[in-house]
Design a protein around this ligand. Sequence first.
Ligand code: NAP
Length: 246
Amino acid sequence: MSETEIALVTGANKGIGYEIAAGLGVLGYRVGVGVRVEARRESAVGKLRAAGVDAFGVPLDVTADRSVTDTAELVERRAGHLDVLVDNAGISGPPTDQGWAQYPTALDLDVVRTVVETNVIGVIRVTNAMLPLLRRSMSPRIVNVSSSVASLTRQADPDIEIGPVMAAYSPSKSFLNAVTVQYARQFADTDILINAACPGLVATDFTGFQEPRTPEQGAATAIRLATLPDGGPTGSFFEDDGVIPW
Ligand code: NAP
């Protein structure tokens, strides 16, 4: 790398986002650690710095216009450009009487709005705010952290075990994937590569730490897509084993 490459990771205080930030740091990126709560942000930045990462804190709530414009200004001041944006922040919606299941016939519409606001509109808000900085990079990369439960092909196949019905969360990630494809179409004549990544089933707060993969394992595909060589794939959806069908 010639000049220091700059990355911004949203929701980087814990779980998969933290490990994406740590992994990019190990690769030599200077990492903006996007976190909405100050104490969590300072703690994550402190841990990353102690691990040798050139990290700086970025106050960032992806659902708030002002926070996102402030983030763009902060990255502009601190770095002047952006090479990698990882849209990792995401929510599933609260558990219900049915546990993590979200049956479409009993959906709380406010939960749908909140989940889409974070998982989809938040990504568009952050991506568009960061675009002028990304356009100054020689090799801009955008990774949207999605989920294999976004795959309509897998959801529609009764032979595939894909967890509970989740009528707010799963479609929010399908929506995110669809938006990712539209960005890729618009960026077709540019150097910007944008892809969606599934981390697999990862033990984090998000899953009640009940899943088998470590956050570090969950971060691997996003890191790979964040560091794709020029001419690499764009407008696609990946997990560790390769492309996931839409
Ligand atoms: P996690 O440990 O719950 O972390 C989620 C992160 O998102 C936290 O840093 C959280 O910040 C942040 N966040 C939520 N809403 C935000 C907002 N409005 N603004 C800024 N940050 C916000 O979950 P995770 O498992 O690491 O999940 C990371 C991503 O992977 C999500 O997009 C999730 O959908 C996806 N994913 C996870 C799994 C899995 O098995 N874990 C599987 C497939 C996909 P706070 O700490 O402030 O809440």
